[in-house]
Design a protein around this ligand. Structure first.
Ligand code: OXD
Ligand code: MN
Length: 590
């Protein structure tokens, strides 16, 4: 049968047509109520697909164990299905709509037999925002429903909005048989549609998140003149009580959640961080000529390992109730546990993420490295009073960053918007466990959007350059790297809460203060420009953190040039010129 096209169909007609093809035993329209949540939880507990955590210490919180072959986003099975291959570009997998119809659509036939079809109407953004986007996800996974309720505004409020506007992005999701050979995550940006089959994992299955709010939204944003970005949003309050907002793009599992929730050791000095979002920013030009950002999500789908009272006390407080944990370990007290959560040895008697008894000598991790928590944003102690502001918050600085053991200093500021776009377009990071594949390999990940840009990335660069021309008062653009290592292989910078010192320098730069040296890559703080009081850092360590080595940067620029040249003629000339200018500044003559 030909795929069902939702264009022109009411939600009811689309759902009925999908049901006639996938054949669920029941259809349940989600209203988003507590009673509905409780009934789903009760059903999953009775089927043993969910484990209740200690109700005294983790009330209304649950552990879910996914299929062991389904624990991370699968980028090689994620496709952009545009009519023209060119529109997907060289960084995306492309499948023609015709091939999708022939190869993937048949996998949905009868896929919900014996299951319940849940219809999940949801909003990305608050209902009061003029920028809100609606979606309807059809899914046969109750776990997806539980997560969507936390991560989006889901249920009746969303349905009301959809009934009024008759506008929604349809997403059809099924667990299928969970066989990676029959797993596909397909995006049709020309139809604002998603098909996802064969995975129940977050980024593959919670269609409001990466699929709608980044891949489809980036396409819409290009057409409509705004930006949909893989960025946290935070507010930095200074001693005068003024809050300055910043957005930051780091690849998955590089500390966006930690930075967004940072607890400042400089609090006595009057600095504190307010959390607006930890993963996605939709940014528009405001009437005042500034760039305004909103967080379209309602919750955090954070990486658990490494999260502790030490590294992120706000996250630890956020996840103490109403939280779903995925693939973490379980203590005998029915509390969640993961590597890096506690300083001492792991508690005795742990059950690992497979549900098996675990011993420290096993050589295996008790929690999966990409295990997650799903928690409501409103529970975060540092949540900004502005986080649901329908207009968003005005952004003064954009930060790009990644994990770089070498080359990139702790922080530097670009010299212009165009230079900043070059810095973002060539940023690189060592890969993490958030996606399947090798961990620790350096890859270029422009604006941390490599897995999430829903169209040709060369056009995306052009769109960023164009935005710069259209924003009368654009944010300054910075690059940060918390992960530089010394000759001994150890991190030079303490990171976490101490990153406030870097944010403070960025704030000072935005305010026209902040001591800096102009270097070949942009403005780098002088050693005295950063407040390092109370930190146990040697002069040599500070020098090493801030060092800009022309030889290393020559190699870097040559590599960036090779990367950019892969885009061929589609690459905006401005980026080619920026790369050539950097090469020249490193002393290169050709
Ligand atoms: C995420 C990711 O889940 O980037 O946010 O992988
Ligand atoms: Mn992310």
């Amino acid at each position: 049968m030909e795929p069902i096209r939702s264009a022109g169909l009411t939600p009811q007609a689309w759902v009925e047509a999908c049901a006639a093809y996938t054949h669920p035993d029941h259809i349940h329209w989600c209203d988003g109520s507590q009673a509905e949540f409780d009934a789903l939880v009760a059903q999953m507990l009775s089927e043993n697909t969910l484990t209740q955590l200690n109700p005294e210490t983790y009330p209304n919180s649950y552990l879910y164990r996914s299929n062991p072959t389904d624990v991370a986003r699968t980028e090689h099975l994620t496709f952009i299905c545009t009519k023209e291959r060119r529109d997907a570009g060289i960084t995306n997998n492309w499948m023609s709509p015709a091939e999708a119809s022939a190869k993937v659509w048949p996998l949905f036939e009868d896929c919900m037999r014996g299951r319940t079809m849940y219809v999940v109407p949801y909003l990305m953004g608050t209902p009061a925002s003029p920028f809100v986007k609606a979606g309807i996800e059809i899914t046969d996974s109750p776990y997806v429903v539980l997560n969507m309720r936390t991560m989006t505004r889901m249920g009746d409020a969303a349905m009301e909005h959809i009934n009024q506007t008759q506008n929604y992005a349809p997403g059809l999701h099924s667990l299928g048989d969970l066989d990676p050979k029959r797993r596909f995550i397909l995006h049709f940006p020309e139809e604002q549609t998603v098909w996802s089959i064969g995975s129940g994992y977050g980024g593959n299955a919670l269609l409001g998140k990466k699929c709608l709010s980044l891949r489809l939204a980036s396409w819409m944003a290009r057409d409509e003149g705004w930006l949909a970005e893989h960025m946290l949003i935070l507010g930095l309050e200074d001693p005068t009580g003024t809050v300055t907002y910043m957005a930051a793009a780091f690849p998955s599992a590089c500390g966006k959640t930690n930075l967004a929730m940072l607890v400042a050791p400089l609090e006595q000095a009057g600095y504190r961080v307010w959390t607006v979002g930890d993963d996605i920013a939709w940014m528009r030009i405001g009437a005042d000529g500034r760039l305004w950002a909103m967080n379209p999500e309602a919750g955090f789908f954070g990486v658990a390992p490494g999260t502790s009272e030490e590294t992120n006390p706000n996250a630890m407080a956020t996840i103490r109730r109403n939280t779903i944990f995925t693939n973490v370990a379980l203590t005998p007290d029915k509390e969640p546990w993961w590597e890096g959560m506690t300083e001492n040895a792991p508690p005795a008697g742990l059950i690992d993420w497979h549900g098996e008894p675990w011993s420290p000598g096993s050589g295996e991790k008790a929690a999966h490295p990409n295990s997650r928590f799903t928690a409501p944003a409103r529970q975060c102690p540092s949540i900004s009073p502005e986080w649901e502001n329908p207009q968003g918050v005005p952004i003064s600085a954009i930060l790009f960053g990644g994990r770089r053991a070498r080359v990139a200093p702790l922080v530097y500021q670009s010299t212009s918007w165009e230079h900043g776009v070059y810095v973002g377009a060539t940023m690189a990071s060592e890969t993490t466990a958030a996606a399947t594949g090798a961990v620790g390999v350096v890859r270029r990940d422009p604006m941390a959007m490599l897995p999430f840009c829903g169209y040709n990335m060369a056009d995306y660069f052009a769109h960023w350059l164009d935005m710069g021309k259209r924003i009368p008062n654009p944010p300054a653009i910075f690059h940060v790297n918390w992960f530089r290592k010394g000759a001994d292989g150890k991190f030079l910078w303490p990171g976490f809460g101490q990153n406030i010192r870097v944010l403070r320098w960025i704030l000072e730069r935005v305010q026209g203060r902040g001591e800096a040296d102009e270097t070949i890559i942009g403005y780098v703080p002088t050693a005295s420009g950063l407040d390092l009081n109370g930190l146990d850092l040697s002069r040599d360590a500070v020098k090493a953190l801030l060092r800009v080595d022309p030889n290393e940067w020559r190699t870097e620029a040559l590599d960036s040039g090779r990367f950019l040249s892969e885009f061929g003629d589609a690459l905006p000339g401005a980026l080619r010129r920026q790369n050539a200018a950097l090469l020249r500044r490193t002393g290169w003559t050709d």
